[in-house]
Write a protein that binds this ligand. Sequence first.
Ligand code: UDP
Ligand code: MG
Length: 312
Amino acid sequence: MISIVVPVHNEEENVGPLLAELTEALPPTAQAWEVIFVDDGSTDGTFAALGRLHATHRNVRVVRLRRNFGKAAALAAGFAEASGDVIVTIDGDLQDDPAEIPRLLAKLEEGFDLVSGWKMNRQDPWTRRLPSKIFNRVTGFVSGIRLHDTNSGFKAYRPEVVRGLRLYGELHRYIPVIAHYRGFRVTELPVNHRARTHGRSRYGVERYMRGFLDLLTVTFMGRYRNRPLHLFGGLGLALLGGGTAVLAYLTVVKIGGSAIGQRPLLLLGVLLIVVGMQFLSLGLLSELITSHHEERVGDRDRAGLLVDEVLR
Ligand code: UDP
Ligand code: MG
C-alpha cells in the first residue's frame, strides 16, 4: 500500500481538487493507497472540507493538530499515522503534480530509499527561486549531498527512512541530508511544478537565515552526534598546539634576556591556550552527554536503525 501524506494549513479550496487529482493519478484498482491529510491548525474551512472528504472516501484519513505547529510537525504526525510500504509526501497547495507520483515510485523501485522531487521549472517568483538556489548550493557544499531541490515537499520514501526521523523545528527542509547521514540511498527526479492558484504561500525570506542555522544542526548531528570530541577536541588541540608554540617561543626570547611583557604575541599565546582549553572541555562535556544517552538506548534499538538487511 502507498501512504500519501499531505500537510495542509489553510488550503480549503485545494484539498478537494487534490484528492480528485490523486485519484486520477493512482487508479485504486492498480494499487491500494491511502491519503493522510494533516490539518496543521488551519483557521479557515480546511478541516470541514477534509471531514467531508473523509465521509465520502474510504481511503482518506485526517489528522488534526491542536494548533499551527509548522510543516515539520505536520509531516511527523502524518508519518506516525502512515502504514504503507511506501510513503509519499506532497504539498497540499496543488503546486506539485500528483501525476508524477508513479514516476517517483518507479525511481524508488530502482533501489533508492528516498526520491526527492526536483522542481526543475519552478513556478514561483524569482524572489523565491534565487534564494532557494543559493540555499541548495550551500546545503550541498556543507552537507556533502548535492541536490538541486533539497527542500521540495514532493518526495517518495521507504518507510524505514521515515521511522526514527525525529523531525522538529524546521528540520523538514533537510530530510534528504538527515537520510543521507543515516546511510540511506537518496536521489532526485525532475518533476512538474505549477503556480499556486488558491491560498497563499506562508513563508518569508527570514526562513533562509533560520535555515542556515538548521543546516549547522543537521550536519553537526549527522557527522559528530556520536563523537563530538572529535570536532571540539580537534579544534581545541589545534588551538592549544598553536598557543604552546607561541609561548615556547616567548620563553626562549625571555631566557635570551629580552623583555616580553609588552609583546602582543604574549596575549595571543595566552588567548589560544584559554580558548583551546574551553573547546577541549566542551568536547569532553558533549562526550559525557552522548555516552549517557547511549546507555539509555537499548542495544537492539540502536543497532536496528543501522541495519539495511539481514540474511538469516
Ligand atoms: N504548511 C503546513 N504548515 C505550515 C505552513 C505550510 O502544513 O505552517 C503546508 C501548506 O499547506 C502546503 C505545504 O505545507 O501544503 C507547503 O506550504 P507553502 O506552499 O506555503 O510553501 P512553499 O510551497 O511556498 O514552499
Ligand atoms: Mg507551495
